[in-house]
Write a protein of this length. Sequence first.
Length: 317
Amino acid sequence: MPHRYFTNELAAGRAALTGSDAHHLADVMRAKLGEEVVLCGPDGLEYLGTVTAIQSGRVEFTVTKGTTSKAEPDAAVTLFAGYPKQGKLEEVIRHSVELGVTEIVPFFSRYCVATPKKEDAKNERYNRIAAEAAKQAGRAMLPHVSMPLLNFAAVCDALQEDYDLALFFYEGGGAPLRTVLRPGCAKKIAIVTGSEGGFSVEEAEAAKAAGAVTVGLGPRILRCETAPLTALTAAMLLTWNKRHPILFFCRRTRETKENAMDKKKLYTVLKAVFWCVIGAFFGSTIYTCWDYHARPGLYALTSAPWYTSIVMYGILT
């Protein structure tokens, strides 16, 4: 499988890699002229690039026509994640990108244990983690990790932007997720999950006032690094994200449901016919045996069905 790289230098059938990606391809992977790689542009399309020139800190390509990536979800999901402690945010970012998130926005709220500290340097690292996860997952789009929002009021302001649907996951419970999400219900979805301390009642009311729908994830309380991944997976499932690898089986099941029902009915009918034939055969055979003892001779055999007569005649003679 060709290596995958993201680039912003892509136009008119030509592209280029610079910086660390160029170093990785040219010096680490020892690429040669004519070698092919997968290039992903800012338009979210995949291009097959052929190496045409290798220079110090720069690799140039000719590219084919862009194609839509099967790994990209149909709905753009932004994850607003309460800032966790002890580096758990890295885990959330990595797995969220693999699951298909478009953007991740950390935020601080009333009950957050973590506090803002060197967030500029951390944000650079977070975006590198997102880029690595996107390459590993075969994504064609580079998810972005935003700078953290400093309070929950900023989250509520962001929820009033152009989202088709905003979901506020509250440990106090809410509407079942399956009653809110359905296939094709939204193209831009916002998901809000909390930190270790959860949300206050005032924050829950503020989210509702901002237009978010309060939903729950069942009776169990999930860890702050588990909740966003569970919410994201559920959102992908319930919107029938046909390009997401997790949902391939679900999509196939939905598409072939009628055929499966027809096959099941046919199987039931054939099974019933089979057992009817077996029952008739053994019933006739038993009757013939009894009739033969009651009326010995070929007369009894000739009055039975032809198939049992043949069997019994072979046995008795």
